[in-house]
Design a protein around this ligand. Structure first.
Ligand code: FAD
Length: 488
């Protein structure tokens, strides 16, 4: 049979292995780590379990689709439930807000807390749904780099609406206009960080993101985020995909401008198609260093990174939910620090993800597993030891001032992940979480296509290529690629 070699068992690599195996290929996945999942993995220490990377799960139907394609029922492998509270928001001045997934309940809560008209929120979310309706089929579900994407009825419908997609002003400008209360503008500005962008630069088009959380819903996999990886890995193996762990690929073999195989651990493996799920920038610099480089794409600014403190906290805070945000006082200043100064602000917005709220055995009795994260610049050679110490202090101050506690003595276990760690674990360029940044209205066009236009039979999936980073887009990249590779 015809063979596909996939480089990397990240979420996109796993999904592509499933699709291609169902399509009739023999699929071999080479993974540098000893485990699958890349950024979507877990950490276990001293009675605590943490989801190491992504914590927000939307569009579960994408996972359902993979099991359905295999003729199986998702619930036999993977379970999830819709959240009743999407996120709890806290400000240092004492303001608090629960973002209920029930829209009426949420708008009532906002009206009560901030005096914001429910209509303003409903309008904003309708706008978000509108952008999604017209742009998703064009920019997310297909390759941008094939004429057929641009020359069809759906595309035409979008061209006529171009003025309404917010391409010509920033997300912050749109949200300042939309909401009376500055805290609500801040809340909606935060969605820019879902793909590592800056709300003060990125086009208002990214207001597409709240549509996923509010209109389509936020979910929690009942066995934690890592069960997305483990269930897809189980499915792939059941379909006959061969996994080679601890096998870093060193080179993509190219002959007469055709990809013909890979080299790993001094051995060559041939394949009819090569699918790269490794970060595109690193792949060009290492696996394809003898080939022509897409210089302009490689130089694009990257998205932000993250600094995470995995803390075992020996106390239960009833006011905290699965997702919690402790907002900074001056959001503009915080983003200037991240994107302009490549620094960390003294008053960062702190995100705390606590899976033990939903999955009790993730922490010992009377304790919580805190995934405590701030957005930070990607790695530009900063002094991370210094920045980490500074950030830890700032985060602890923020938590104490906002939750009126003394958190430090309650931390009984700690592990830290910084941009360098993210780069080392998954070879993502500069430790960026989402590949190229979207701080530019042309960003969608400045991503690498899902195939190589120079080297035949070489394809790309994952967060560093089209359509972008984050689990939903990574899964779409797998779909686009699997549809593109001709049936064997
Ligand atoms: P990656 O996860 O980047 O994996 C690539 C794989 O390739 C790795 O396993 C790596 O070891 C392997 N590899 C690299 N080089 C080689 C080689 N030479 N040979 C063999 N294998 C190789 N997304 C969301 O949707 N929601 C969130 O809440 C969210 N939060 C995040 C928080 C953090 C801290 C991080 C780090 C990411 C977050 N993301 C989130 C982003 C999301 O995790 C990524 O977009 C997504 O997981 C990337 O998947 P990928 O398929 O591109 O592969």
């Amino acid at each position: 049979g015809k063979k596909v070699i996939i480089i990397g068992a990240g979420i996109a690599g796993l999904a592509a292995s499933i699709r291609l195996s169902i399509k009739g290929f023999q699929v071999d996945v080479f993974e540098a780590n000893s485990y699958p999942g890349g950024k979507l993995t877990e950490i276990i220490m001293d009675g605590y379990r943490f989801d190491a990377g992504p914590s927000l799960f939307t569009l579960p139907e994408q996972i359902d689709e993979l099991f359905a394609l295999a003729g199986l029922k998702t619930e036999d492998f993977f379970r999830y439930k819709r959240l009743e509270v999407n996120c709890n928001y806290f400000w240092e001045d004492g303001a608090r807000l629960s973002a209920y997934s029930d829209l009426d309940k949420f708008t009532k809560e906002v009206a009560y807390q901030f005096g914001e008209q429910p209509e303003n929120i409903k309008k904003a979310l309708d706008k978000s749904a509108y952008i999604y309706k017209y742009l998703a089929p064009l920019f997310m579900h297909r390759s941008l780099h094939k004429w057929s994407t641009w020359l069809n009825k759906k595309a035409m419908a979008s061209y006529f609406r171009i003025g309404k997609f917010g391409l010509f002003h920033t997300m912050n400008q749109a949200n300042q206009r939309q909401f009376k209360h500055p805290k609500l503008a801040q809340l909606f500005n935060r969605y820019a960080t879902y793909n590592g962008s800056n709300p003060y630069q990125t086009p208002a088009t990214l207001n597409i993101i709240p549509h996923l959380e509010f209109n389509k819903g936020a979910y929690f996999p009942t066995e934690g985020m890592h069960s997305i990886t483990s269930s897809l890995y189980t499915l792939a193996k059941q379909l006959g995909v061969n996994f080679h762990f601890n096998k870093a690929v060193d080179k993509i073999l190219v002959k007469d401008k055709v990809a013909i195989g890979i080299q790993a651990g001094g051995k060559s493996y041939d394949g009819n198609y090569i699918l790269n799920n490794m970060d595109m920038v690193t792949a060009y610099k290492t696996l394809l260093n003898e080939e022509k480089q897409p210089t302009r794409l490689l130089k694009q600014p990257k998205s932000s990174s993250a600094l995470i403190f995995y803390w075992g906290v020996k106390k239960v805070f009833p006011e905290l939910d699965l997702h919690n945000i402790l907002f900074s006082k001056d959001y503009a200043k915080e983003f200037k620090a991240i994107f302009k100064d490549k620094d960390i602000d003294d008053d960062p917005t702190v995100y705390i993800n606590i899976t033990s709220v939903q999955k009790a055995n993730d922490a010992p009795e009377g304790a919580m597993n805190w995934f405590t994260m701030i957005n930070v610049p990607n790695d530009q050679g900063q002094d991370w030891e210094y920045l980490k110490a500074k950030a830890r202090k700032a985060i602890i101050r923020k938590i104490n001032a906002t939750l009126h506690t003394d958190i430090e003595p309650l931390i009984e276990v700690e592990q830290i992940l910084d941009p360098i760690g993210i780069a080392t674990k998954t070879s993502s360029a500069n430790g960026a979480l989402y590949g190229n940044s979207s701080n530019n209205r042309y960003a969608a066009f400045l991503r690498h296509p899902n195939y190589s236009s120079k080297i035949k039979n070489l394809y790309f999936c994952g967060g560093s290529v089209h359509p972008g980073g984050g689990i939903p887009l990574c899964l779409l990249s797998a779909k686009i690629v699997a549809d593109m590779i001709p049936k064997p």
